[in-house]
Design a protein around this ligand. Sequence first.
Ligand SMILES: [Zn+2]
Length: 260
Amino acid sequence: MAIKLEKLKEEKKKGKLSFLIKGADEALANTIRRLIIEEVPTLAVEDLEIKDNNSALYDEMLGLRLALMPLKTDLKSYNLKQQCKCQGEGCAQCELILTLKAGKKGMVFASEAASSDPKCVFVYPETPIVKLIAKQKVDVVMKAVLGQGKEHAKWSPGAAFYKKEPVLTISKAQNPELLAKKCSDGVLEISGSKVKVNQEKLYESNLLELYSELDKGVQLSYTDNIIFTMESWGQLSCREILQQTAQILAEKIEAMEKLL
Ligand SMILES: [Zn+2]
């Protein structure tokens, strides 16, 4: 079985990537999806010490907010705690320290947090954390560690999903007016009684079944190819996520071979 991958669309700034998988079944696509969501490690705040907090947010809420904020992750410099040389005791190779100290009236943003590693900071500097009024302050020391989405969703690097490749053919549209009225995603290009399919928008459409139900002249079928779409939350690039996924899959296969 020869598997081929074809890049369909990459939006680096938005952290989105979609590609076509040829020659593989849904079992493989689902394995990739699950490895991305559950196994690829990222950094997230796990422990924190609240030295001062008289803001409107309770300590627990503040802690929860900070833990859910994506942290830029450098997988070359950090180990999972249980796999680290320190044997889980905690060292610079498995822990990242961040501090947040603010006492000015107004919104406190993610960019105000200082990190012990300049490569690993909060991904979105404009994320609001808490709003302070006069005389309120927060002073927090955070400890971030690598973790996996299967333990907590805060460590998940992104979302991934897949579907079969659709083929939309139009023999003779019986009701082009109705199609024109219902087509809100630009897949159907209609001029007078002529209806054409815009192939560029076809893969992203969620309305294909509706079109085939509305008009008998529109036929929907699927090939065996799979469209795989992923979106990163920002800790890692889509490329890094896929590289990690491939590595984890290879390690799992190797481990299974040893057991046989
Ligand atoms: Zn360590």
